[in-house]
Every structure is written in structure tokens, then in C-alpha cells.
Design a binder for this molecule. Structure first.
Ligand code: HEC
Ligand code: HEC
Length: 324
């Protein structure tokens, strides 16, 4: 009995020591770096590609990169990142050569947006968005805009705030999160006259599914439809005060948007307005730049996916419930 305890104690001691060594190694090693293999990449901007890129950048990137101090894309603290991940800042992505992306080539930008690998080889953890499924033309449009002379991306020499990356982020970057492969073939734009096809493209590439499925941890970024609870909601996202705001069920089930009209959906997505209820809250941001046709296409696609039964209650603080 005593002997058993002793051996058990030794085994436990060995496990603890190994775990500590592993922990120190990961903490020291930090976020891993990868080889950078940038293919030939030509940027041929046109006024159309810059305009398209502006809309995509404002819709997809500005939420994280816009700095409340400058009003420009000089970076900000990610207040809604879970505390275990550390204190995270997005970076200056204006055309400043010192702190921004002025010295990044279009190919380096494409490579980061596709794979998550920065030009120095360092991996950008999942709190920086990646676009593994976006059409080549749309990625090209975003880069055209970032490299354009639009005032929103004009160089501002504001230093980046370094993130204090937590142990959990380092651990997951070493054992779970990996860069995405560069797509082997060109990804074509969806047929925009086919509403369901366009809606699927937008629902995946504007990241609707990533918030609106069961949990960020169980999302499948290369095959979004394989994400756990695909569009069934309940993902416990955080607002800027660190409070949980569960995402809504957007499947065609009575507990989702089964009895919504297209007009109600467009109003909610573009303006955050829900009849008889307080406005939709952060991190759901109004998609004001999308056209009614685009949001209608997302609605049409959502009508075709498997219904999920999941009643997500909107919980309000009293102060919020009184507003409106
Ligand atoms: C959810 C928040 C979020 C979104 C959305 C986001 N980013 Fe980022 N971005 C970050 C964070 C955080 C970093 C810093 C990553 C790091 O420290 O590894 C970053 C880093 C970058 C960098 C590297 C800058 C440097 O100097 O190292 C570029 C370029 C960039 N983002 C461009 C974009 C573009 C373009 C988009 C839109 C398609 C975008 N980001 C969307 C949060 C975000
Ligand atoms: C960053 C996470 C996030 C992203 C990205 C996101 N949503 Fe949401 N969405 C939420 C949250 C959280 C709520 C619940 C807000 C509340 O309860 O106030 C919500 C609510 C909604 C609602 C209201 C549904 C209801 O039953 O109340 C609709 C409609 C919606 N989102 C559509 C979309 C569409 C379409 C997209 C993509 C274009 C999208 N969302 C992207 C987080 C997100």
C-alpha cells in the first residue's frame, strides 16, 4: 500500500517535471515561425478593384485594425479577445514604411492573408483573420486598396503596440493552430446571378459562420459546413466589457430564423435593428456597406442549410432592456 503510494508519487513527480519542462520550452519558444515561400504575384490595380477592396477592407478588417485615436487603420487593442490569450493588439496597416505595411510587397500581403504567415515567417494566431477560401479576385482587391492612395490607408507613423501573448496562445500555436496551405488552384468568384451560390460565398468569407456556429474552437476553416453546429448559434462571444453575448441561430428552424422574412433579415444585418427588441449588440456589427441584394443572397443561402434546433436566449442587463 505504502509502496504503491510511493511509486505513484514518483510517477506523478516525473509527470509534473515533464509538464514543467514542456511548459517552459513552449513559453520560451513562443509562437513558431515557418518557411516563407511566396509565389510570383503581380498587382494590377484598377479603380474597380480598389473600390471593391475598400468595401471588403472596411467590412472585414477595419473592425479590428481601426484605431479609435487616429480613426485610421493604425491598430487597436483587441478588447474582446479572451484574457487567457494575453493582451492582444492589432497592428498598423497603413502605408507607413516603418510601422505599417509600406514595405510589404503585394505577394507578402497575399501570403499572410491566405496562410497566416507573416513576411518574417512568424505565424499570426487566429485572432488575426485569414482568408483561405476567398476568391483570388477579392484578395487582389483588398491588396489593391491597401496599396492605393485612399486617405484611409495613407501612411501614419504610429508605432505598433506589441502584444503580450499569453501562455495559452503560445501552447495552442505549438500544438493545435497551424498555418493554412496556399490554395493549389485559382479560386474563382461565385456566380453573382445565382443568389444561393453568392450567399454561401459571402456567409463563409465575411465570417458569418465563424461567429454563428457552436464555438470558435470547433470551426472548420477550410470546410466551413463541417463546423460543429454550423450556423446554429450559441457561440459565447465576448463584448468589449468582457461579457458573454451568445450568437444567434441563423438556420431555417423555428428557433433560428425559420419564420423571418428577407426584409427583416436585411434590416437586422445592415442596421442591427430587430422589431420590438433592443438593437443587436457587439460583436455583431451592422454590415452597412453590403447591398440589399448581397444580404438577400445570404438569407437565400441560409434557407438551404440543415435546420438546427437551438433556442438562444438574448440576455439583457436591466439598463439595456430599458433603453430603446
Ligand atoms: C479579429 C481581428 C482582426 C481582423 C478581422 C483582421 N486583423 Fe489583421 N491583425 C490582427 C492582429 C491581432 C494582428 C497582429 C497579429 C500578430 O501579432 O501576430 C494583425 C496583423 C495584421 C497584419 C500584419 C502587420 C504587421 O506589421 O505585422 C496585416 C498586414 C493585417 N493584419 C492585415 C489585415 C487585413 C488586410 C485584414 C482584413 C482582410 C485583417 N488584417 C483583419 C487582427 C485582425
Ligand atoms: C464577430 C461575431 C459575429 C459575426 C462575424 C457575425 N455575427 Fe451576427 N451576431 C453575432 C452576435 C453576438 C449576435 C447576437 C447579438 C445580440 O444578441 O444582441 C448576432 C446576431 C445576428 C442576427 C440576429 C438574429 C436574431 O435571431 O436575433 C443576424 C440576422 C445576424 N447576426 C446575421 C449575421 C450575418 C449575415 C453575418 C455575416 C455577414 C454575421 N451575423 C456576422 C455575432 C456575429
Amino acid at each position: 500500500m505504502k509502496k504503491g503510494l510511493k511509486y505513484g508519487g514518483i510517477a506523478l513527480g516525473v509527470i509534473v517535471v515533464l509538464a514543467l519542462i514542456g511548459g517552459f520550452t513552449i513559453n520560451y519558444r513562443g509562437i513558431p515561425s515557418y518557411e516563407v515561400n511566396i509565389p510570383d504575384y503581380q498587382l494590377n490595380s484598377t479603380p474597380e478593384s480598389i473600390a471593391r477592396g475598400k468595401k471588403l477592407t472596411l467590412t472585414l478588417c477595419a473592425g479590428c485594425h481601426r484605431d479609435p485615436e487616429t480613426g485610421q487603420l493604425t491598430g487597436a487593442q483587441m478588447k474582446d479577445a479572451p484574457a487567457e490569450f494575453g493582451t492582444i493588439y492589432s497592428q498598423n496597416i497603413t502605408q507607413d514604411k516603418e510601422y505599417g505595411i509600406g514595405d510589404w510587397t503585394p505577394g507578402e500581403l497575399m501570403y499572410l492573408l491566405r496562410t497566416g504567415i507573416k513576411k518574417d515567417g512568424q505565424y499570426a494566431p487566429p485572432y488575426m483573420a485569414k482568408l483561405p477560401l476567398m476568391a483570388d479576385e477579392d484578395i487582389h482587391a483588398i491588396i489593391s486598396f491597401l496599396k492605393s492612395d485612399d486617405p484611409i490607408v495613407a501612411a501614419i507613423n504610429k508605432p505598433d503596440q506589441p502584444s503580450e501573448v499569453g501562455f495559452l496562445t503560445k501552447l495552442l500555436c505549438n500544438i493545435a493552430w497551424k498555418p493554412f496551405p496556399l490554395p493549389e488552384n485559382r479560386i474563382e468568384m461565385p456566380d453573382t446571378t445565382n443568389k444561393v451560390e453568392l450567399g454561401k460565398y459571402l456567409a463563409h468569407n465575411l465570417d458569418c459562420y465563424s461567429c454563428h456556429s457552436a464555438d470558435f474552437k470547433t470551426n472548420d476553416f477550410l470546410e466551413p459546413t463541417q463546423s460543429a453546429g454550423y450556423f446554429g448559434g450559441g457561440n459565447p462571444t465576448l463584448n468589449l466589457e468582457g461579457e458573454v453575448v451568445p450568437t444567434a441561430n441563423l438556420t431555417p428552424h423555428p428557433t433560428g430564423i425559420g419564420d423571418w422574412t428577407e426584409a427583416e433579415f436585411i434590416l437586422a444585418v445592415k442596421s442591427g435593428i430587430k422589431q420590438g427588441e433592443p438593437k443587436l449588440r457587439y460583436p455583431m456589427a451592422p454590415y452597412a456597406l453590403l447591398t440589399d441584394y448581397e444580404v438577400g443572397a445570404i438569407f437565400a443561402y441560409l434557407q438551404t442549410i440543415p435546420p438546427v434546433e437551438n433556442e438562444v436566449e438574448r440576455v439583457f442587463e436591466e439598463k439595456e432592456a430599458k433603453m430603446d
